[in-house]
Design a protein around this ligand. Structure first.
Ligand SMILES: [Zn+2]
Length: 320
C-alpha cells in the first residue's frame, strides 16, 4: 500500500533530536526524541531515525508514507542544504551537506533551515502567531536564536543567514561573544548570558547569602524563578537587568521590522513574565511615544519541543 501523506519534521539540537510524522493539518501522528550524540558521525543519528521510522511503518501498516522531509538544525542553510560551523554540534557536522546525507537514506524532497527558523514556521503555521503576517520568534536556550516572518514569508536574506538577532550588539565593548564581537544580545539574554550575569553579581555582592549559596557554575533557572517568586531582591535585580537588555534589543529590532508580536520559545522563556515584563517596559521606554505599547510580547502556546518539528514539517510546502 502506498500512501505518501505525511511530512517528517526533524529538529536537531545539541543534546536531543526530536522527529515526528505530521499530517497536512499539523497533527503529530508519531513523535520520538533521541540523543543527537553530536560527537559521533551524523550518519549514525540518521541511521537511528530511519530505523525508528521502519518500526512506525509496521505500527501504522503503511509503506512509503513520507512525502517530504524538513529539518531545523543550528546553522542550516536553506539555499545550499549545508550545515556550516554549528554551535554545540560535533566536528562531523561542520561543512556537512545534510540534504545529500538524508537523501542517501530516503530519496524524497528534503529541505533544511536553521532551528530558530523552523520554530518560527511552527508558530506561524500552528501556534500563537497563526493569524500574523509580521512576527519575530525568539528562541531562548543556551543561546538566542530568531526567525523573522515579514509579509507572511520567512526572511532568509541573500545567503540564508538572516535573522541572527542574538548577535545584535547592544553594549559596545561589552561581554566577549563566541562570534568574535563584543556585547551581543545573546551574551545577556540566554542561559549562557544569565549565567554570566549571576557570576558578575556574585563577584560584586560577596556578602549576599542567596548568591553565595549557589554552588554550581551552571545556574538552575528554576531555582532563580522560585527565589524571584519568594521576593529575593537580588534575583529581581538580575531579572530586571536581563529584561532591560532584552528590551533594548527588541526596541532596535522593532525599529527595522515593526512586527505585530515577539513570540518567545525555549528553556529560558519558562521564566515568563518574570523577565518578559521588564523586557516590555524597557522596549517601550526605548521607543518613540507614538510607537509605545503597540507590539505584543507573547509566549509560545505549543507543547514543549513541538514548534521545531511542526515548522520543519512545513518547510517543503511553505510559500517562498
Ligand atoms: Zn555574537
Amino acid at each position: 500500500m502506498t500512501d505518501r501523506k505525511y511530512s517528517l519534521g526533524i529538529d536537531i539540537g545539541g543534546t536531543n533530536t526530536v522527529f515526528g510524522l505530521i499530517d497536512s493539518c499539523g497533527h503529530i501522528i508519531k513523535k520520538n526524541s533521541i540523543l543527537t550524540n553530536s560527537n559521533k558521525a551524523p550518519e549514525l543519528l540518521f541511521k537511528n531515525i530511519f530505523n525508528k521510522i521502519k518500526l512506525w511503518e509496521t505500527e501504522l501498516n503503511l509503506q512509503n508514507f513520507i512525502k517530504d522531509i524538513g529539518v531545523g538544525v543550528p546553522n542550516g542553510d536553506y539555499f545550499t542544504g549545508m550545515v556550516i560551523n554549528p554551535p554545540n554540534l560535533g566536528k562531523g557536522w561542520d561543512d556537512l551537506n545534510l540534504v545529500s546525507l538524508i537523501k542517501s537514506f530516503k530519496n524524497i524532497p528534503v529541505t533544511i533551515t536553521n532551528d530558530a527558523n523552523a520554530a518560527a514556521l511552527g508558530e506561524k503555521s500552528y501556534g500563537v502567531a497563526k493569524s500574523m503576517n509580521d512576527v519575530v520568534v525568539i528562541t531562548l536556550g543556551t543561546g538566542l536564536g530568531s526567525g523573522i516572518i515579514v509579509n507572511n514569508n520567512l526572511v532568509y536574506g541573500y545567503d540564508g543567514f538572516a535573522g541572527e538577532l542574538g548577535h545584535l550588539v547592544i553594549e559596545p565593548d561589552g561581554r566577549d561573544c563566541g562570534c568574535g564581537r563584543k556585547g551581543c544580545l545573546e551574551m545577556y539574554v540566554s542561559a549562557k548570558g544569565l549565567d554570566y550575569t549571576v557570576q558578575e553579581y556574585r563577584k560584586e555582592y560577596q556578602d549576599n547569602k542567596f548568591l553565595q549559596s549557589i554552588k554550581s557554575q551552571t545556574i538552575d533557572g528554576k531555582l532563580l524563578d522560585i527565589a524571584f517568586d519568594n521576593g529575593e531582591k537580588i534575583v529581581k535585580d538580575i531579572y530586571k537587568y536581563t529584561g532591560n537588555m532584552l528590551g533594548l534589543g527588541l526596541a532596535q529590532i522593532a525599529k527595522i521590522l515593526s512586527p505585530e508580536a515577539f513570540v518567545f520559545y525555549g528553556g529560558l522563556s519558562n521564566a515568563k513574565h518574570r523577565i518578559l515584563d521588564f523586557a516590555k517596559d524597557s522596549m517601550n521606554a526605548n521607543r518613540s511615544k507614538y510607537q509605545k505599547n503597540k507590539i505584543k510580547i507573547l509566549l509560545s502556546d505549543l507543547p514543549d519541543g513541538e514548534a521545531g518539528i511542526l515548522g520543519a514539517s512545513c518547510l517543503n510546502s511553505f510559500n517562498q
